[in-house]
Design a protein around this ligand. Sequence first.
Ligand SMILES: Nc1ncnc2c1ncn2[C@@H]1O[C@H](COP(=O)(O)OP(=O)(O)O)[C@@H](O)[C@H]1O
Ligand SMILES: [Mg+2]
Length: 327
Amino acid sequence: DTSGKMVIEAENISKVYDKPIVTDFSTRVIRGDRIGIIGANGAGKTTLIRMLTGDLPPDSGRVRLGSNLQIATLDQRRAALSADTTLKEALTRGGSDTLMINGQPKNVMGYMKDFLFAPEQARTVVGKLSGGERGRLMLARALSLPSNFLVLDEPTNDLDLETLDLLQEMISDYPGTVIVVSHDRDFLDRVATSVIVAEGDGIWTEYAGGYTDMVAQRGFGVRAPDAPAAKAKAGRTAHLAPMVPPTPKGKLSFKQKHALETLPKQMDKLRAEIDTLGRRLADPNLYAKDPTSFAAASEAMGAAEAALAKAENDWLELEMIREELEG
Ligand SMILES: Nc1ncnc2c1ncn2[C@@H]1O[C@H](COP(=O)(O)OP(=O)(O)O)[C@@H](O)[C@H]1O
Ligand SMILES: [Mg+2]
């Protein structure tokens, strides 16, 4: 009997917005699976996981979820915390200093240490944390609630290398099921038991193994939505895509090359801006003294973080294309 192991059973689910986002997709997720979702910006990764986790009904088809699922999510939009919340408050959610982690009581200071925070950071406000630290905090928060199903929507976007290692470790040790949206090839190779890839036109295909296994089975990796080969293929042969080898142009377009060269600088600029805003928000008097400036800085911080996440995403996609073209 496998019914107790069933986490998700999706049958022929579809969703159309202004274009087909998911077309007739079926999958089964079994307890302990670690599933990676890969696709370009706007391909429908967030929509797909929302349907798979019962957060969004499909237009057609159906999704059955296993019983007693406790879902923990790490959202793409991480705006949930206000900038003046302290690290400790964020982790305890204003409650007791003892957290229940995987069924065991744990003091919040020890938990902070597990996530590479120093004890003196307990009273640091969220607005003062670096982008990487904020990512780490959101991860710690997601994992501090009892759960058996972890849903991570682009958690790797703004994580530093240290945190990426930590995340890999956490996912490996996590006793439940994991769905993670990521473009990070190494990361997926290390954690994923299968990957679900956007093939274009709302077609999604599942491959056993990590990113490298997917490329081997599919014959090629992920392309940007406007890559010539993907355009030419779209429609007519989309359902055959996994079996059809690519006809790469052999090099990046001028626009892609330019973006690949300029994005790192843009990302540095955004990181500097986030640091500056973080310092401004960290001024304990600002909120009391000038709530309007505080709100404006918080908003600018959110915008800069979103822009950084997008730039990093674009850069990663271009890097993957470059890697494929250059072998
Ligand atoms: N609620 C919605 N209404 C209309 N269009 C939507 C909605 N949610 C997402 N979309 C559109 O569907 C496409 C896929 O979105 P999304 O699932 O967020 O993609 P991804 O997570 O891969 O970047 C995008 O073009 C987006 O604008
Ligand atoms: Mg998304």
